[in-house]
Design a protein around this ligand. Structure first.
Ligand SMILES: Nc1nc2c(c(=O)[nH]1)N[C@H]1C(S)=C(S)[C@@H](COP(=O)(O)OP(=O)(O)OC[C@H]3O[C@@H](n4cnc5c(=O)[nH]c(N)nc54)[C@H](O)[C@@H]3O)O[C@H]1N2
Ligand SMILES: Nc1nc2c(c(=O)[nH]1)N[C@H]1C(S)=C(S)[C@@H](COP(=O)(O)OP(=O)(O)OC[C@H]3O[C@@H](n4cnc5c(=O)[nH]c(N)nc54)[C@H](O)[C@@H]3O)O[C@H]1N2
Ligand code: SF4
Ligand SMILES: [Mo]
Length: 679
């Protein structure tokens, strides 16, 4: 049979590669060898034929005239975006030549790979790339930019990234969307909630922004940023006080509920209201709603954990379902992330055993200081699947680091991103539709495969191919780890003796079936992967590590003493910075806005539509004011990681702090303070 690439016309099954929980099944329509339409796969049980606007317009990105076609070498100053065309042979020779010299002079720790999940394919992100840098014993990256703080926090309570099957949430009667803009960032959770709503379910949104998701809710509860743990503790106070807890469940499946009962007495409705800005009556209403609804589901988003106290906040919210025994009710419980259920065999995939010595680990949230301050210094940076000049905190510091003349930087991407403009060598990447790869969602329970649908664009190559060329030129090409094919690696990753959920799923079966549901069992009745095997309301591990053992409200760290807390979050039509350089998606978003409360705007003489400057000691941005009541006084908020554009003044991360959160060395994008003035 002809491969999908060879078939010039037809409809081909595929999977969305973007860093999005929905991980949709797709149908890609081709005519004369070109993608002409992308739609949701109607046979995929979660996607059910519906996909987002972003990916319906993905074709425009795949064939965007700005896409990189061949390798290039820098000819201008760093950041100037002036390059000349070179061949792949020249590129590989130059990169490995420089690496060999760096290793001879200063050791391989002077080399730092920097990557994230611009393409969620496990082979492209965690396969050959991890193997080659392990084999070289390069510095190791800590992948902490996204969910690290919340995952550690949730893990203390629940033993790992384990929640319910989102397909079961259709049976819930109450949805609490807690700090997640799901209409934009998890659309199929919204579809499922809509179905439940037709059966009488109510939808509550707790957020700092009256955004699309808040407007869709039955009840929107605005909250002051970084105070969510206080709200959850206030709910617990009322649930215990009014006898709305499930004593049997607490007794059987939790540890520390008696300590918690005493501990939450201090979080009276009045105290909590003054911390959170949520009125006392609303607090009672919410707690009673939660305590009295037979099946209540909490979808915990990224918002609350991108703060200084993010880990503790998520750890605290994660305790709520235990109080009312929700985990035993169909559709009840929570999802923060579900990655734990689909854990692959990372040792087999990434081969940490290839490392000769244990090398230093570098937090990706601190890229600026890593490049400017580390001793011994980083001499070479290799970036793929990520655009740190836009997405990493304290962007001006990152760019100062990238500007270093003595830093040899390679960027592999589909576009000449802001990061690539600082590269010495730029390599063109294939899109996900041009590769073979394995996909496992961090929300639903399906494992999926991508097989190439179209031929590589120009001279572009996949991550996997580039790392093989680099490995060969480094002299590792004949070692087995670098001979494994993508199919071998998929099977190695799926063969995880510690995860029975994946048993029987193989590359061959995926090629036949496209997606396969892992056999995930409900969490309860059962034993968790916490030290006690139970839900840890009281955590001895946390105590040992210097945290309060019980869930606690910890105020945000002190930033600069400026009037506004600045929340730069995701938008509807981009995916992080992906699409921010594609005309179609930019048109849909129009312009970067700064949402502010009318009381604050009036005091500063700012009207809707005015150009405003937002600044702090880290940097400044120019945005357009959106004035109203969508955020509380004292909060300003924007959406979308905008490309530099003409003015180069909309890099929101120029303002964000590179402090790390309380847990997981996570990012604190939403805990910075700013001043605002009319331009
Ligand atoms: N369209 C689109 N979809 C995406 C992405 C995208 O950029 N665009 N990004 C993808 C990625 S990588 C991720 S991690 C997810 C993230 O998706 P989400 O989990 O939705 O995360 P965010 O959009 O960062 O923030 C969620 C919400 O938290 C709110 N928030 C901020 N601070 C607080 C707080 O202190 N308390 C409360 N209660 N709310 C707060 C924000 O207003 C926002 O509405 O989405 C993925 N999907
Ligand atoms: N202010 C603020 N900053 C944030 C966030 C926020 O909410 N607010 N969100 C944070 C979060 S949650 C995350 S996850 C990070 C995401 O940060 P990143 O992971 O850096 O995400 P993207 O901006 O989408 O950049 C991915 C890049 O990978 C490239 N790419 C795609 N596929 C491939 C491939 O197959 N090979 C190669 N070599 N490249 C490829 C894309 O073209 C794109 O340039 O951003 C974080 N930054
Ligand atoms: S970005 Fe998310 S919602 Fe859109 S197609 Fe991809 S997985 Fe589905
Ligand atoms: Mo993320």
């Amino acid at each position: 049979m002809k491969s999908m690439i060879e078939q010039q016309t037809g409809v081909f099954p595929s999977v969305c590669s973007l860093d999005c929980p929905d991980q949709c099944g797709l149908l890609v329509h081709k005519e004369d060898g070109k993608i002409v339409k992308i739609e949701g796969d109607p046979s995929h049980p979660v996607t059910q034929g519906a996909i987002c606007n972003k990916v319906r317009h993905m074709g425009e990105r795949i064939y965007d005239e700005k896409r990189l076609r061949y390798p290039m070498r820098r000819v201008g100053r760093k950041g100037d975006s002036r390059f000349e065309r070179i061949t792949w042979e020249e590129a590989i020779k130059e990169i490995t030549g420089r690496w060999k010299a760096v290793i001879a002079a200063e050791g391989a720790e002077a080399i730092l790979p920097y990557s994230f999940y611009g393409n969620m394919g496990r082979i492209g992100t965690e396969g050959m790339g991890r193997r080659i840098f392990n084999r070289m014993s390069a510095s190791r990256l800590i992948y902490s930019i996204c969910e690290a703080a919340g995952s550690e926090g949730y893990g203390y309570t629940m033993g790992g990234s384990y929640g319910i099957d989102p397909e079961d949430s259709v049976h819930a009667k109450l949805f609490i969307m807690w700090g997640i803009n799901a209409v934009s960032t998890n659309m199929h959770q919204v579809t499922i909630a809509e179905k439940a709503r037709r059966n009488g379910a109510k939808i509550v949104v707790i957020d700092v922004h009256n955004n699309r998701t808040a407007k869709w809710a039955d009840w929107f509860i605005p909250i002051l940023p970084g105070t969510d743990s206080a709200l959850a503790l206030g709910m617990m106070h009322i649930l215990f006080a009014e006898g709305k807890v499930d004593e049997d469940f607490l007794h059987q499946y939790t540890v520390g509920y008696e300590e918690l009962r005493e501990h939450v007495k201090q979080y009276s409705p009045e105290v909590v209201s003054s911390i959170t800005g949520v009125p006392v009556d609303d607090l009672f209403k919410l707690a009673r709603m939660y305590g009295e609804t037979e099946s209540a589901f909490i979808r915990i988003g990224n918002g609350p954990q991108h703060h200084d106290n993010g880990g503790m906040t998520i750890r605290t919210i994660a305790c709520l379902p235990a109080l009312t025994g929700q985990w035993l009710k169909l559709g009840g419980g929570a999802i923060k992330g579900n990655g734990g259920h689909l854990t692959l065999n990372h040792r087999a995939l990434e081969r940490p055993d290839l490392m000769k010595t244990s090398t230093r680990r570098i937090n990706m949230n601190l890229l600026g200081s890593a490049l400017l301050e580390l001793d011994p210094p980083i001499r070479s940076l290799y970036v793929y699947n990520s655009n740190p000049a836009l997405v990493a905190p304290h962007a001006n510091k990152v760019r100062e680091g990238l500007s270093r003349d003595d830093l040899f930087t390679v960027v592999h991407d589909l576009f000449l991103t802001e990061t690539a403009s600082y590269a010495d060598i730029v390599l063109p990447a294939t899109s996900a539709f041009e590769n073979t790869d394995l996909y496992s969602s961090y929300w639903h329970h399906y494992v999926q495969i991508q097989q190439p649908v179209i031929a590589p664009f120009g001279e572009s190559k996949s991550n996997d191919e580039v790392f093989r060329l680099l490995a060969a030129a480094m002299g590792f090409g004949e070692e087995q780890a670098f001979l494994d094919t993508p199919e071998d690696m998929i099977n190695q990753a799926l063969n995880n003796p510690n995860n029975p959920n994946l048993q029987g799923i193989t590359a061959e079966r995926l090629m036949e079936q496209q997606f396969i549901k892992a056999s995930v069992k409900p969490l309860f009745p059962g034993k968790l992967r916490t030290p006690s095997g139970k839900i840890e309301l009281y955590s001895k591990t946390m105590e040992r590590r210097g945290f309060p053992a019980l869930p606690t409200y910890v105020p945000l760290a002190e930033d600069e003493p400026l009037p506004f807390l600045f929340i730069p979050t995701a938008n509807h039509n981009f995916l992080n910075s992906t699409f921010s350089n594609n005309e179609k998606h930019v048109q849909l978003e129009k312009t970067p806005k700064l949402y502010m409360n009318i009381a604050d705007a009036s005091a500063l003489g700012i009207a809707a539509g005015d150009a405003v400057r937002v600044w702090n000691k880290r940097g400044s941005c120019e945005l357009k004011a959106a004035v109203g009541e969508d955020v509380l006084p004292g909060v300003v908020l924007c959406q979308g990681l905008w490309a530099d554009g003409e003015t180069g003044k909309s890099t929101l991360n120029a303002l964000t702090p590179d402090r790390v959160a309380d847990m997981g060395e996570g990012a604190t994008f939403f805990s910075g303070r700013v001043e605002v003035e009319k331009c």
